[in-house]
Ligand binder design. Structure first.
Ligand code: MG
Length: 345
């Protein structure tokens, strides 16, 4: 029986435009790419590591090195994910990278698309949203609006002192539906109520992560005001957070990098459904490897914020296929991605 051959490399992602957020700005996102070879098949995974996750490339690589890859069994490939979840050492982005590569491999071994293995019936993903962050220079903002032309919905990242001007400038130049992400930027209920009313007047769909991640009480109070639906991002990273704090929100942004991959995301989706939460499948700035993996379960969600690979300039994989603002799930076995260029780990 052959063995898994595993290799990985740190591969920082370069952002097309500087990200201006409530807690600073950045031009790149650390990332570790994982390659698994087995029986002449190659599968990929990635761990994208924006600063708010506590992991970094070193900790992800140390996590990969702690894994007993010999546990993998071709006759039950997905059992490897149970092994991961039982380990004492938890590293969610590292787990996500392994989870997506193992799902890809399981699909390739059985010649089945990943969404079919998962019994995802609909092949239609929700409309994708495209993220626009603030720029002082209005010509760059216009460029960003133009970059979004294939997308039918926008996500506006707030958190600078120019929020109102930014929102109105975008809405003057496009009539696409939008939602807003405050990225933990609002400090008080008063400020949040004022901004939510401002946004509601402009037909904003919902507000994501208004307060700092531990400010559950404030989120609960804002939700009770019923101005706009309140979604959690940083406040709910994994199943345990969801289980404890779901009642503070109207919706949740589930990301593979936060929760440890497809298997754990499905568990969160079913809990969120039972709790009457709206569900967004989200992403970090990441390559189309992570996006293709997340898109396998996106039809189970209400919103798909899966534009991460469109925000970087060094995607080493072929881009996912968009049609009319949605990702088209492929009939290819596994997750359905192909590399274009990738440094040899
Ligand atoms: Mg967010």
């Amino acid at each position: 029986m052959s063995k898994l051959k595993v290799s990985y490399i740190s591969y920082p992602l370069t952002l097309k435009h500087t990200f201006h957020l409530a807690h600073g700005k950045r031009n790149s996102t650390p990332c570790v790419l994982l390659k698994i070879e087995y029986a002449n098949l190659i599968s990929y995974g990635e761990a994208s590591l924006p600063p708010y996750l506590k992991e970094n490339p070193g900790s992800v690589i140390a996590y990969f090195e702690s894994i007993d890859w010999n546990v993998f069994n071709e006759s039950a490939p997905l059992d490897f994910l149970d092994y991961l979840n039982k380990q004492e050492k938890i590293n969610y982005p590292g787990m996500a990278a392994i989870d997506m590569a193992i799902f890809d491999l399981a699909g390739k071994l059985s010649n089945t698309p990943c969404h079919e293995i998962l019994n995802v019936e609909s092949k239609i993903t929700p409309l994708l949203s495209y993220t626009i962050t603030y720029e002082e220079d209005e010509s760059i903002l216009l460029e960003k609006i133009n970059d979004a032309k294939e997308f039918k919905q926008l996500k506006l990242k707030l958190g600078t002192k120019h929020d109102k001007h930014f929102i109105d400038f975008i809405l003057k130049n496009t009539d696409k539906p939008f939602f807003a992400d405050a990225n933990q930027g609002w400090k008080s209920l008063h400020e949040a109520v004022y901004m939510c009313e401002f946004l509601r007047e402009r037909k904003c769909l919902f507000i994501e992560q208004p307060f700092s991640k531990k400010a559950y009480q404030l989120s609960y109070k804002l939700k009770q005001r019923n101005i706009l639906p309140v979604f959690a991002d940083e406040s709910i990273t994994n199943f345990s957070d969801l289980n404890k704090y779901y009642f503070c929100f109207d919706g949740v942004n589930i990301k593979l990098m936060k929760c440890g991959g497809i298997k754990n995301a499905i568990k969160m989706i079913s809990f969120a459904r039972k709790s009457n939460l709206k569900i967004m499948m989200g992403c970090m700035t990441e390559t189309s490897c992570g996006i293709a993996a997340a898109s396998q379960i996106a039809p189970l969600c209400d919103f798909a914020d899966l534009d991460g690979s469109h925000l970087i300039s060094n995607n080493p994989f072929k881009e996912v296929i968009l049609n009319d603002g949605r990702i088209i799930l492929q009939k290819k076995s596994g997750v359905g991605i192909e590399r274009t260029r990738i440094p040899t780990p």
